[in-house]
Ligand binder design. Structure first.
Ligand SMILES: Cc1cc2nc3c(=O)[nH]c(=O)nc-3n(C[C@H](O)[C@H](O)[C@H](O)COP(=O)(O)O)c2cc1C
Length: 327
C-alpha cells in the first residue's frame, strides 16, 4: 500500500487514500459510493439522474452500508439541484462536489453549514474563480474524461499543471485515470489526488446496465468522441445515435435540429436501460484500458498495488509490472 507524501485530501475528507469516485449519472448510487468509501477512497452519490426523493433514499442507504466518509455530487445545471442540496444538508452531508455551473451560487451557503466544497473545472481560469469563490479544492477534468466535458479540449496532462500553478487550493486530477501508473502520473503533475469516473462505472457495484458495461469492455480508446459541443459537450461511445449526431454536426445542423435529434432521456436509455444503439453511452477514453467488470475492492487493490510498483520503479527499485489486467 503506497505511503502518500501529500496528505491534503486525506485531511480534507478524512479518507485513507487520495482517490475520489466521480459522481456519474445512472451509475453512482448508494452501492457504488459505499463500496468506494469502504475501500478507503471517497465515494460520491451522484444526484444528477435522481429525483430528490430517490436521492434522499440513496444518501440514507450509504449510511447503512458504510461508517466511512462519503459525499455527494450536485451538477448545478438541473432544476432539481436546489432541492437535492437542501436534502443533503438536512441529511448531514458535509462533503459536496459541484459541477456544470458556477459554484458562487452555492458555496456561501455550504461553507456556512460547515461543508467542504469542491467544484469541477476544465480550465485554469475557472479553477481560479473557484478558489476566489471559497472552494476548498478543485477537480481539474481533462478532455479525455467520460461524461460532460469542457469545450476547450485541454487534456489532463496539460490542465493539471496549469491549474496547480494557478491556484493554491488542492487540485484533484480527473480524466484518463484508471491505473496506478496514471494515478502516480497525476501526483507527479502536482495533483493532491485523483477523481476516477469510467473505471468505477464499470464495476459490479455501479448501477449502470450490464449491457452498457460489456459495451465498454469491448471498446477501444478511439471509440469515444466528444459531441454536442454547441449544446452540452459530452463524450460518448460510438453507436447509431452518436453517428447521427456526428453527421448532423458535420453538415452544420442548428441547435434546434440537434436538440430535436437528442430528445429527452437518452442517457437513461443507454446507461440505465441498456439500449446500446439509441441511448447515450457516456465513458472516457480509458475505455480502451477497461477489460473486465470487477468489484470496487478489486479496482482499488489494483490501483494501489500498481501505484506501489510504479513508485518503487521510479525510485530505482526493481518494481515489475503487475500480472493480470492493467486496471
Ligand atoms: C457515465 C458517466 C457519467 C458522469 N456523470 C457525471 C455527473 O453526473 N456529474 C459530474 O460532475 N461528472 C460526471 N461525470 C464525470 C466523472 O465524475 C469524472 O470526473 C470523469 O469520469 C473522470 O474521467 P474518467 O472517466 O476518464 O475517469 C460522468 C462520467 C461518466 C463516465
Amino acid at each position: 500500500m503506497p505511503r502518500w507524501s501529500d496528505t491534503r485530501l486525506q485531511q480534507l475528507f478524512g479518507v485513507e487514500h487520495p482517490i475520489v469516485q466521480g459522481g456519474m449519472i445512472w451509475n453512482s448510487g448508494a452501492k457504488l459510493a459505499a463500496a468506494v468509501s469502504n475501500a478507503g477512497g471517497l465515494g460520491l452519490v451522484g444526484a444528477g439522474s435522481m429525483r430528490p426523493d430517490v436521492f434522499r433514499e440513496h444518501v440514507r442507504k450509504v449510511r447503512d452500508l458504510t461508517t466511512r466518509p462519503f459525499g455527494v455530487n450536485l451538477p448545478l445545471l438541473y432544476p432539481h439541484t436546489a432541492e437535492c442540496l437542501d436534502i443533503a444538508l438536512a441529511e448531514g452531508i458535509r462533503i459536496f462536489f459541484t459541477s456544470a455551473g458556477s459554484p458562487k451560487k452555492v458555496v456561501g451557503r455550504l461553507k456556512d453549514a460547515g461543508a467542504v466544497v469542491v467544484h469541477v473545472v476544465a480550465t485554469p481560469e475557472l479553477a481560479v474563480k473557484c478558489e476566489q469563490a471559497g472552494c476548498d479544492a478543485v477537480v481539474c477534468e481533462g478532455f479525455e474524461a467520460g461524461g460532460h466535458n469542457g469545450r476547450e479540449e485541454i487534456t489532463t496532462l496539460v490542465l493539471v499543471p496549469e491549474c496547480v500553478r494557478a491556484v493554491s487550493i488542492p487540485v484533484i486530477a480527473a480524466g484518463g485515470i484508471a491505473t496506478g501508473a496514471q494515478l502516480v502520473a497525476a501526483l507527479a503533475l502536482g495533483a493532491a489526488g485523483v477523481q476516477v469516473g469510467s473505471r468505477f462505472a464499470i464495476t459490479q457495484e455501479s448501477s449502470g446496465h450490464a449491457a452498457f458495461k460489456q459495451a465498454v469492455v469491448a471498446a477501444g480508446a478511439g471509440d469515444t468522441h466528444l459531441v454536442l459541443k454547441s449544446q452540452v459537450p459530452v463524450r460518448l461511445l460510438r453507436n447509431a445515435f452518436r453517428d447521427r449526431i456526428t453527421l448532423l454536426e458535420a453538415r452544420g445542423a442548428t441547435r434546434d435540429e440537434l436538440a430535436a435529434e437528442l430528445g429527452h432521456g437518452r442517457a437513461r436509455q443507454g446507461m440505465h436501460e441498456g439500449d446500446l444503439a439509441e441511448g447515450e453511452l457516456e465513458i472516457g477514453q480509458v475505455a480502451g484500458l477497461i477489460d473486465d467488470v470487477p468489484t470496487v475492492a478489486e479496482v482499488m487493490r489494483r490501483l494501489l498495488d500498481d501505484a506501489d510498483v510504479v513508485l518503487s520503479r521510479l525510485a530505482g527499485g526493481t518494481g515489475q509490472a503487475p500480472a493480470g489486467p492493467a486496471c
